[in-house]
Write a protein that binds this ligand. Structure first.
Ligand SMILES: Cc1cc2nc3c(=O)[nH]c(=O)nc-3n(C[C@H](O)[C@H](O)[C@H](O)COP(=O)(O)O)c2cc1C
Length: 150
């Protein structure tokens, strides 16, 4: 299994809660296409940045990373880590998309606890910090905050 994590920044227009309808478009399209390619993962859509974990067959993940990098909806695309793993970290999500703003208080707290916020793009964060964040949000989502998902 091949796994990659990247971060990027965006200027998509967001509402007062930091939500953009484009998040839903991106996430729904991703889910549809990823299922066909055995790709799973986790996508955080914050009000000015994205962070995504992609996992699946190496060729498929690499091809997708190239496509995502070229996507004009974001910039400062930066791959933080790639690695081979035995198992999937996010087997149940063909692509879960979580937004900081549609948030349930739980999500806000998890982000704040880790000092992420809309003014703090993840460019200085390490891959393992961002991984931990994805894991924590995924666990919170499985427990109780499904409505926060787009
Ligand atoms: C932050 C972000 C995450 C994305 N994640 C995925 C993804 O997981 N899977 C996917 O197929 N497309 C994803 N996309 C969309 C791709 O960039 C691209 O638009 C899509 O794959 C269609 O590519 P095509 O027009 O070349 O067929 C994402 C785009 C952005 C901006």
């Amino acid at each position: 299994m091949f796994q990659a994590i990247y971060s990027s920044e965006h200027f998509l227009p967001v509402d007062s809660r930091g939500y953009s309808p484009e998040f839903r478009t991106i996430t729904e399209g991703a889910r549809r296409r990823n299922e066909d390619r055995q790709i799973t993962g986790f996508l955080i859509c914050a009000s000015s940045w994205f962070c995504q974990v992609l996992e699946g067959p190496e060729a498929h993940v690499m091809e997708l990373l190239e496509r995502i990098e070229d996507d004009p909806r974001h910039h400062c695309f930066q791959i933080l880590q790639t690695q081979c793993t035995r198992d999937r970290e996010f087997p149940s999500w063909s692509m879960a998309g979580v937004t900081l703003s549609s948030s349930a208080i739980v999500l806000q707290l998890i982000l704040l606890e880790r000092q992420f916020g809309r003014r703090h793009p993840p460019r200085d964060r390490t891959a393992s910090e961002l991984f931990d964040l994805c894991r924590a949000l995924s666990a919170a989502a499985s427990r109780e905050v499904a409505p926060a998902f787009v």
